[in-house]
Ligand binder design. Structure first.
Ligand code: M5T
Ligand code: MG
Length: 576
């Protein structure tokens, strides 16, 4: 909670101004019935027109003052609440950007999305309503009772019976309602989750013809949300007539006792009008309580969810002795007895890996699916840190580099290419700040995607993603390769990034990128790709089976022979 509300600091002044203006509105609201009573007693009862005009003008003046205060108050209230929400979103975004994958595992994407939409808005609304009217309600209830006593203590006694009764009843309603709102919140999460999964998996759902199934899943979640919400709101609304009934009873009681007092000559009519007026205002204020405490309890939950993210410790940072001057010059990579567990896993995915890739060398990594190839890759730019052993770059531990330096030296093309929505040119230049047009085109040419781009309707300005063209898997792969190439990385890492390319295109691509870079690590399923590398590393169940040239592996490894046989046929093995 505190973490979140510390974001109010820059808006303290605005909040104070809004609060003071709200007090002006409050004062007017409490004074009006008082003056109304005066007008009736001194003016109307005595037929004194001047007196009526005087009290009338005072009341109009006050009403106008309250009106102006209200406008300025809402101006400040929105300034404060929107500013606050903006700052929180900004901070949340930066924090999540710093998250390591281990951090992200603890906060699923759907939950993070809800933070930005639901939770921030919840707090923002509460702040706005708080500065506008919420804080006013308890003050009106209290002030109304006090003013009633000022006007006529004998009649006001009735409040001492009804108000505590009402507050007790309200507390009971609230306790029930806040449990119900918990359920409503969970139903909202559910609807969001089903929706997100559907949007993300649209192709799959169509291809599997699971539309009806998914439709039912959505209907379930949606109906659940409707029922929970309806039940909660009905419950709260049912409490309103009860509140009003009690309040009306007290008004009748005031009129009843007031009447006999007027007849006895101990009370004036104006007092009765004023007190009835206060009774109504107190009733209104109390009926807002349920809404207020509900808003506050929902806000509390949201604030806690946000704080959890803000205070989450980032577990992958620059180490303290990281040398900001130290650069990657050659691009030599060395694994020393590296083992690795995923944070939640019990079994290691990689065990005791030791190998060296020399500057300028091309190393292919081949192995069955699930062997740990992608995991091995992720350790090099420190997307995860090794559990055991050490990775060296240019003979220095990778932890001795600044993360930024290390990652800038690496061009990483992940296994599933991701393009951002926007023009192609931005997707490529994303890899390097201030890339020139020549650099962009050169990178695209080397990635063998330039000609395809030139055939698109707006060439490099063609939008991809949601609002643009849909590219084929292989085209996406090559754009992500171009994005990595444009950095002129010391080490280029391709994770099965040429899987969708035909042999000829792939060969041209590997040829073209050769001049530019120093070291190439390439994960592949294809022997034809692997055999062009200087050496091949054969990974099996997280262990290195063997490492060497294509010929050496053919001699040494049964598994490799099997892989070659499955792709090239038996003949090939006989010839070699
Ligand atoms: C090896 C697990 C995965 C598998 C093993 C990337 C990733 C993998 N794993 C995780 O638990 N979390 C992760 O983020 O690790 O997986 P891999 O390294 O992805 O294998 P691969 O790249 O050799 O396989 P493939 O299919 O890409 O050729 O048990 O559950
Ligand atoms: Mg993989």
């Amino acid at each position: 909670m505190k973490t979140v509300f510390s974001f109010m600091k820059p808006y303290k002044l605005g909040a104070i101004i809004a609060f003071l203006l709200m007090l002006v509105e409050l004062a007017v609201e409490l004074l009006l019935p008082f003056f109304l009573g005066k007008m009736i007693d001194d003016g109307v009862q005595n037929g004194d027109l001047n007196n009526i005009v005087m009290w009338g003008s005072i009341m109009i003046g006050l009403a106008f003052l309250s009106f102006i205060s209200g406008i300025i108050n809402s101006f400040y209230a929105s300034h404060v609440s929107w500013g606050f929400a903006h700052d929180i979103r900004e901070r949340l975004f930066r924090k999540i950007q710093e998250f390591s994958f281990a951090n992200l595992n603890r906060f699923p994407a759907s939950r993070l999305m809800t933070l930005f939409t639901n939770d921030v808005r919840q707090i923002q609304n509460t702040i706005f309503m708080g500065l506008r009217i919420m804080m006013k309600a308890p003050l009106i209830a209290l002030g109304g009772v006090i003013m009633a006593f000022v006007v006529n203590p004998r009649l006001a006694i009735i409040f001492l019976i009804t108000v505590p009764l009402l507050i007790g009843f309200l507390l009971w309603v609230l306790k029930k309602a806040s449990n119900m709102f918990d359920r409503v919140q969970k139903s909202i999460d559910n609807v969001n989750r089903v929706m997100q999964e559907n949007l993300a998996g649209m192709r799959l759902i169509k291809a599997f013809f699971r539309r009806d199934f998914e439709g039912e899943r959505f209907t379930d979640a949606n109906t659940n949300l409707r029922d929970n919400t309806r039940f909660t709101f009905r419950f709260i609304e049912a409490s309103m007539p009860i509140l009003l009934f009690v309040m009306n009873l007290s008004i009748i009681a005031i009129l009843w006792f007031g009447n006999s007092q007027v007849i006895a000559g101990t009370t004036e009519v104006g007092d009765i009008v004023a007190i009835v007026n206060y009774a109504m205002r107190v009733a209104m204020a109390i009926s807002m309580f349920s809404f207020i405490i509900m808003a506050v309890s929902r806000t509390k939950a949201s604030a806690e969810r946000i704080s959890e993210v803000l205070v989450e410790e980032i577990d992958l940072l620059d180490s303290e002795d990281a040398d900001s001057e130290q650069l990657v010059i050659q691009g030599k990579v060395e694994f020393k007895n590296v083992s690795f567990y995923y944070p939640t896993a019990k079994e290691p995915v990689l065990q005791n890996l030791t190998f060296t890739v020399n500057p300028g060398e091309k190393l292919a990594i081949i192995g069955a699916t699930g062997a740990g190839k992608t995991s091995l890759f992720q350790l090099i730019p420190r997307l995860y840190d090794v559990t055991d052993g050490e990775i060296l770059m240019d003979d220095k531990p990778i932890t001795s580099y600044k993360l930024e330096t290390l990652r800038k030296a690496i061009g990483y093309v992940p296994q599933s290419p991701l393009l951002f929505s926007g023009p192609i040119v931005e997707n490529i230049s994303w890899g390097k700040e201030h890339a020139t047009e020549e650099e962009i085109i050169q990178a695209a040419k080397n990635a063998q995607i330039h000609d395809t781009i030139m055939d698109l309707p707006y060439q490099y300005q063609t939008h991809v993603g949601q609002k643009g063209v849909n590219l084929s898997g292989g085209q996406k792969q090559r754009i992500s390769i171009a994005r990595a190439l444009i950095r002129k990385p010391k080490i280029l890492m391709l994770d099965d990034s040429t899987s969708a390319l035909d042999l000829a295109t792939e060969a041209r691509l590997l040829d073209a990128i050769q001049d530019d870079l120093n070291t190439l690590l390439i994960i592949t399923q294809k022997v034809s790709t692997a055999m062009n590398a200087d050496r091949i590393l054969l990974l099996d169940e997280g262990k290195i089976l063997t490492i060497g040239t294509h010929e050496e592996l053919l001699q040494q490894s049964n598994l490799y022979q099997k892989i070659v046989e499955s792709q090239f046929g038996k003949e090939y093995l006989n010839v070699h």
